[in-house]
Ligand binder design. Structure first.
Ligand code: MF3
Ligand code: CO
Ligand code: CO
Length: 338
């Protein structure tokens, strides 16, 4: 790994993750001394150096290539030209016939995500990944849902390191040690299928690898919490509980969402516990679970491009996403190949 922005110095490695003690509380090191008389100054100096490092290595916006054309014969979603999506049917549940089409869209999304992930390596630009996903989507007979959605300029979202989500593919070559999330959505036969995963580029430091592993676990725990007649808030509770054990931040500004004939329906699925999310899950409902988990703060800010969401402290974030359908006993993951 070249740019080891996420690695800890030796003095830091014994420090527990998450919150540090207050000045008059006992130091984390077990010396029995007050924190202010022990490691407080060291920690402050470490944090300062870390901020300088993160600032120096932060992802910078690159050049975005022109919009890729979609052949005439491909059926487009309503927003493709204006950017403004219609309301769709407004139903949260799918008919059996709709589910047949959703299964196809979701299976294709999973396949395209896997193939794009195989291309991740140092030197490849995110624009090249976008071109590949665009091509595969059209070959499958589908439209790349992100393209033109509320003005998004590309067919894929590529989110590197501290980018939380909605990164725009550009001419930045991936670097050894990067983590990169690829978020693929296809509109096929009138239905959207949405899935994403975070991939390791070359040799990635252990702290980032753990983040990626735990983020996947968070998604799976969220999926396991899906049960008919339970409120959707169960999902965020399960995710948050797992992330907290590692001192990670759970991004609150972006949620999972109902999906089907529309890309994002009115249904929101927070990834933290939110008592107000009392919609009951019912068999036939389709939605995504897509936790974004950060090494540091959950707070985010957006680049001037109005899309790219990054962590405020520039520490790394990871994400995984599946589209699922609620059934009589729990749920089924639709964005799978088999
Ligand atoms: N696929 C993203 C999601 O999981 C949404 C991307 S919107 C876009 O909800 F416009 F950026 F493509
Ligand atoms: Co989604
Ligand atoms: Co997505």
């Amino acid at each position: 790994m070249k740019t080891d922005a996420a690695a800890a110095t030796p003095s830091d490695s014994r420090r527990p993750p998450g919150k540090l003690p207050r000045p008059n509380e006992a130091c984390w090191c077990g010396s029995g001394k007050k924190y202010k008389k022990c490691h407080q100054d060291d920690d402050a100096e470490f944090a300062k150096q870390e901020r300088v490092q993160l600032e120096a290595h932060r992802v910078r916006p690159g050049r975005v290539s022109p919009r890729r054309p979609v052949p005439e014969h491909i059926a487009r979603p309503d927003y493709w030209e204006t950017g403004v999506p219609g309301r769709g049917t407004g139903r949260l549940g799918r008919t059996d016939e709709e589910l047949v089409r959703m299964r196809r869209a979701c299976r294709e999304a999973a396949r395209i995500l896997r193939l794009a992930g195989e291309l991740v390596k140092p030197g490849v630009t995110t624009d090249e990944l976008d071109a590949y996903v665009h091509e595969l989507t059209i070959q499958a007979g589908g439209y790349p849902s992100p393209l033109g959605y509320r003005g998004f300029p590309k067919s894929l979202c590529t989110s590197v390191n501290e980018v939380i989500c909605h990164g725009i593919p550009d001419d930045r070559p991936l670097e050894d040690g990067d983590i990169v999330n690829l978020d693929v959505t296809i509109f096929l036969d009138g239905m959207h299928g949405d899935t994403n995963a975070t991939f390791l580029c070359g040799e990635v430091d252990e702290r980032s690898r753990q983040l990626v592993r735990v983020t996947h676990e968070c998604m799976m725990k969220g999926i396991e919490a899906v049960k008919p007649n339970r409120p959707v808030s169960d999902i965020g509770r399960a995710i948050e509980q797992h992330a907290e054990q590692y001192g990670y931040g759970v991004v609150r500004a972006y949620c999972g969402h109902g999906i089907g004939d529309v890309f994002h329906s009115g249904l929101q699925i927070p990834h933290f516990f939110d008592a107000k999310s009392n919609t009951r899950m019912l068999p036939g409902m389709t939605f995504t679970i897509e936790p974004m988990i950060a090494l540091g703060t959950h707070e985010e800010t957006t680049w001037d491009d109005d899309w790219t969401a990054v962590t405020r402290d520039l520490k790394r974030a990871a994400q995984f996403e599946h589209t699922i359908v609620v059934n009589d006993v729990g749920s089924e993951i639709l964005t799978r190949e088999a």
